[in-house]
Design a protein around this ligand. Structure first.
Ligand SMILES: C[S@@+](CC[C@H](N)C(=O)[O-])C[C@H]1O[C@@H](n2cnc3c(N)ncnc32)[C@H](O)[C@@H]1O
Length: 373
């Protein structure tokens, strides 16, 4: 396997966060990652594919391009697909599904293309094709070039495997990690989320500070591939050097149910010893003991018209509390509406690009260090 040519590996991310993900990939030692629309591209072999799934906090999934060929018509696609070395990567006993897209090509019928590939897989590899299969082969025909990619993650990577309890509108872990990164958080300062919901931002921050791998407790689709090496994978997982941070990571929410949920999620993630979740409304918020750090919050947003005034009031009250009581801290507010961000009266720096999340577009608004007033 060592003399295999490297693959093109694609780390998918919500558009708007490609640069942040690229920085994370570089920091984590991946060679020459490059941002492209909707993701980051890098080169590597199977160990890089496994490691990307294990250590990358911002990527939504990891795709690997396993090969391809030119195909000008369906008979050629059929013939070349039959000769493709499927068994190097796929196992006959693991069901898979095939998804095809065609663009600017003589083969324009994606359904017919998928059917040719499925037949080749069934008849040459002995594979079972099933629409409900966990393993996904993506066939892309573009400019008459047919390429094959595998989704090596399976379930989306924001599912770290610790969050059973969620409240409404939880933030995706991948997005939480990248917003923390954009706020300059790398594990060395305390974090406070005054409206923490299920605790996503706080738990993500605590895991980063503790040096835990995000994929440590979940399964991946690549474990079902012929190229998988369980011993090498176990050795890779064992390279983590988690520690117990001296800092604390704090969550508050006026909803006691949310606090119970956050505590349970933190316990499952193994970060309960250095997270602190307590019930309380924003009006009662005070800075925790210790050095200043980062307030990061994802307040309610996108409410119906009748709720708008309440939301403006809530953002205004939050801004006032932070300006009056959180000198020396920096603030990041994740919200869908510029008007709500403005209602905080916080001194925001120019905002970055909006990011698609749960049918809305959310933006991270950041301040510098809050000063005396
Ligand atoms: C959009 S949710 C946060 C979701 C969270 N980031 C997560 O990933 O689960 C907003 C949270 O703000 C809380 N909240 C609303 N008004 C509040 C207030 N006045 N004080 C404290 N928390 C409040 C709600 O209970 C809700 O859990």
């Amino acid at each position: 396997m060592n003399n295999e040519p490297p693959f093109e590996i694609f780390l998918a991310v919500a558009p708007g966060l490609e640069q942040a993900l690229c920085e994370e990939a570089r920091e984590k030692g991946f060679a020459d990652p490059a941002p492209v629309p909707g993701g980051v591209v890098l080169q590597g072999g199977w160990p890089e594919v496994w490691r990307a799934n294990l250590v990358m906090r911002g990527a939504g999934r990891v795709l690997v391009r396993i090969g391809g060929f030119r195909a000008l018509h369906l008979a050629q696609l059929d013939k070349r697909a039959r000769r493709f070395p499927w068994a190097e990567t796929l196992r006959p006993d693991v069901p898979l599904k095939v998804e095809a897209t065609c663009r600017a090509s003589r083969i324009y019928h994606a359904g017919a293309a998928a059917q040719r590939i499925e037949t080749a897989l069934r008849e040459e590899l002995g594979a079972t094709i099933s629409a409900g299969a966990a393993l996904r082969l993506m066939v892309r025909i573009e400019d008459d070039l047919c390429t094959f990619s595998l989704d090596t993650s399976g379930e989306s990577l924001h599912k770290r495997g610790h969050k059973q309890a969620v409240n409404k509108a939880p933030l995706r872990e991948t997005l939480a990690a990248l917003f923390l990164r954009e706020c300059g958080f790398h594990g060395q300062m305390p974090v406070m989320d005054p409206m923490c919901g299920s605790g996503t931002l706080v738990i993500e921050a605590a895991e980063i500070a503790a040096g835990l791998y995000p994929g440590r407790d979940r399964a991946f689709a690549f474990e079902q591939l012929a190229s998988f090496d369980p011993a090498a994978w176990q050795a890779m997982r064992a390279t983590a050097r988690p520690g117990t941070p001296a800092l604390r990571f704090h969550g508050r929410d006026r909803d006691t149910g949310a606090i119970t949920m956050s505590r349970a999620n933190a316990a499952r993630a193994g970060v309960e010893a250095f997270t602190d979740f307590r019930p309380g409304p924003i009006s009662d918020l005070t800075p925790p003991e210790g050095p200043p750090g980062l307030v990061i919050v994802n307040p309610p947003y996108g409410g119906r018209v009748g709720n708008k005034n309440l939301l403006f009031g809530l953002y205004g009250a939050m801004g006032k509390v932070l300006l009056e009581r959180f000198r020396g801290w920096r603030v990041g507010v994740i919200t869908s509406e510029p008007g709500l961000a403005r209602a905080t009266a916080l001194p925001f720096l120019p905002a970055g690009a909006p990011v698609a999340h749960g049918g809305l577009r959310v933006t991270l608004y950041q301040t510098g260090v809050l000063g005396t007033r």
